[in-house]
Design a binder for this molecule. Structure first.
Ligand SMILES: [Zn+2]
Length: 228
């Protein structure tokens, strides 16, 4: 079941206050139209009653796909730091595990910080791709292009929709403004080779990207912080 609640919000343009219904959680197996709203950037979007400006409210959202047994938490890091979000997340997961009967397999749980990451992950899962393999490829792209693609400043996102049978397409975003700066192409054959490696030695990939937030950028930034 999808869950929405009433929130009091203020327009970023004119300061006008209004109460609106926003989703806390969406169940896309039951309500696939909500997935389209997410893709089209219409989910939790509000139109100001004062000045008619349209804006999106970024708030914690739980994306649940029961058909694929996956839960993705979108926790915008605008209010809390990423460390605080991760602590809070661990507590929620312990509660969830405690609440589930022992014979029920817990869902795969993921954490994302931005809407773009959520959409990217949903596309990866629906395309039947392995998210850790995708992140590993990003990891190698960063590692080979540290000058041009410093992980602290540039975010790579896989564009599943515009990828072809021959090539994977990655968008390069400025990590602060989220503006699209460039597009990179990567042979899909190389993806298949990495996936073969992943299937043979999944532990190494799990170690590099333990989750719940699976990110090459974060792994590289943590490595460089540890070196300093
Ligand atoms: Zn307004």
């Amino acid at each position: 079941m999808s869950i929405s609640k009433t929130y009091s919000i203020r327009c970023p343009e004119c300061g006008c206050e209004q109460t609106v219904e926003l989703y806390d959680s969406i169940n896309v197996a039951q309500e696939p139209n909500l997935k389209n709203e997410l893709y089209e950037n219409r989910l939790n979007r509000v139109r100001c009653i004062g000045c008619d400006t349209s804006f999106r409210i970024d708030k914690p959202l739980l994306y649940h796909d029961a058909d694929r047994n996956i839960l993705i938490h979108w926790m915008p890091d605008t209010v809390l730091s990423r460390e605080e979000v991760l602590d809070e997340f661990d507590r929620t997961m312990e509660d969830l595990r405690g609440a589930l009967p022992p014979d029920i397999a817990p869902p795969r749980v993921r954490l994302v910080f931005t809407r773009a990451e959520l959409v990217e992950l949903v596309f990866i899962i629906e395309a039947g791709m392995e998210e850790r393999v995708v992140e590993y490829i990003k990891y190698t792209i960063y590692a080979r292009n540290m000058d041009r693609l410093p992980p602290a400043e540039k975010q790579l996102l896989l564009n599943v929709q515009d990828s072809t049978p021959e090539e994977l397409l990655f968008a390069v975003l400025d990590s602060k403004t989220s503006e699209l700066e460039d597009v990179l192409r990567y042979p899909r054959e190389a993806y298949h080779n990495v996936r073969k490696m992943y299937r043979e030695t999944p532990d190494q990939f799990d170690e590099l990207f333990p989750g719940p937030y699976i990110s090459a950028r974060t792994a590289l930034m943590e490595e460089s912080a540890a070196e300093e």
